[in-house]
Write a protein that binds this ligand. Structure first.
Ligand code: AHN
Ligand code: ZN
Length: 346
């Protein structure tokens, strides 16, 4: 209550279900916020506020290294930054170094980066995003630039930015009742380019190299989680998230819970109850690893582009990132974690 009074900007909903407080003290737009005094209460559970300025600054920081393409110095440096950031935010960090062969035979040096909170807890929630970026802008309208790597603000940067902000909040407010693992998967976006001949493409999946590796070599022995949430392209202005095919098939109850929190929090305009087809993404391999997992991914079956028009083009830079979208996703995921009850005692 102390915090609520301090923020004289609280709004008490008619049904007294939702107490939403205003933002942290305004600071420079792109600055990470020091402490977050905001809190949201929903159905008797208090969860820390999600600071979209902070998440935004983590996306900018990732882009400052350059494209995070495997086997480059920029990729190496960005990975080191993520490891340090998770450590700063009090996580127990595990790094998986491994090699994977790309569609063209290139051997990629990859790293999956995992940060664990409450590492001893048996009941766990897994939050994930890919941190690498696409080596080519193969859908860019300018053919002469299709072989150049993209900045990946939304595709790569946004999921990581939201999860870093959640890591910061987990460290500050330890009232959650489960263990939480944040995993940044590498090598998601190294799939065959559009400009490659169809006949040359193989049946093997060359997307999601990091999660494919992780599914058979977990970061911890006998690791499992109660459920998983993957974030992919969660920062686009006016993004829409449909109930994606594999998520519906393999984790219907997780969709139900997460979409439920989104709607209770007032983010229904982002989280649609309509269905979309299955999309190959890291959550497929999280599911194959036995963890019921969903993908929160911008994908609009009603649009000409399906993914946004920026997807795998040079348009995917900070100019398409919306703090409102980041906030809608971040708040929804935070509530999904803080509302998850402790395991029942035997
Ligand atoms: C495919 O296009 C096969 N999967 C989309 C997954 C993806 C790419 N997410 C980000 N970039
Ligand atoms: Zn991509």
């Amino acid at each position: 209550m102390r915090m609520l009074l301090k923020n004289a900007c609280c709004f008490l909903g008619l049904s007294a279900i939702l107490l939403a407080c205003g933002n942290d003290k305004p600071a420079r737009e792109t600055q990470e916020q020091p402490a977050s005094p905001t809190v949201t209460r929903l159905e008797g559970v208090e969860a820390p506020g999600f600071n979209a300025d902070s998440a935004y600054s983590y996306i900018e920081k990732q882009l400052s290294f350059g494209p995070r393409v495997p086997n480059t110095r920029e990729h190496q440096q960005a990975g080191d930054y993520l490891i340090n950031k998770l450590k700063d935010f009090g996580a127990e960090v595990t790094v998986q170094n491994f090699e994977a062969t790309a569609f063209d035979g290139t051997v990629l040096n990859l790293r999956n980066i995992a940060g664990s909170y409450n590492p001893e807890a048996s009941k766990r929630v897994l939050l994930a995003a890919h941190w690498d970026t696409r080596p080519f802008a193969d859908k860019d309208p300018d053919e002469s630039r299709q072989r150049q790597p993209i900045a990946g603000a939304n595709d790569g940067g946004s999921g990581v930015g939201v999860l870093l902000e959640i890591a910061r909040q987990l460290n500050q407010n330890q009232s959650y009742q489960v263990g939480v693992d944040i995993i940044f998967f590498d090598g998601e976006d190294y799939g065959e380019p559009e400009f490659m001949d169809e006949e040359q493409k193989e049946r093997q999946i060359y997307w999601c190299l990091g999660s494919q590796y992780w599914a058979t070599n977990k970061h911890k022995r006998n690791y499992s989680a109660y459920f998983g949430i993957l974030l992919d392209m969660v920062g686009g202005k006016d993004a829409v998230f449909y109930r994606e095919g594999y998520s519906r098939e393999m984790a219907p109850s997780v969709i139900k819970r997460v979409w439920g929190w989104a709607h209770e929090l007032g983010h229904g305009r982002y989280f649609k109850y309509d269905n979309s087809e299955p999309i190959i993404d890291d959550h497929l391999f999280m599911n194959r690893a036995g963890i019921p997992s969903i993908d929160i991914i911008e994908y609009d079956p009603a649009s000409d582009f399906y993914f946004g028009d920026y997807h795998h083009t040079h348009k995917d830079d900070m100019s398409i990132i919306s703090k409102e979208t980041l906030k809608a996703v971040g708040e929804t995921v935070i509530h999904s974690v803080y509302h998850e009850p402790a395991p029942r005692v035997q």
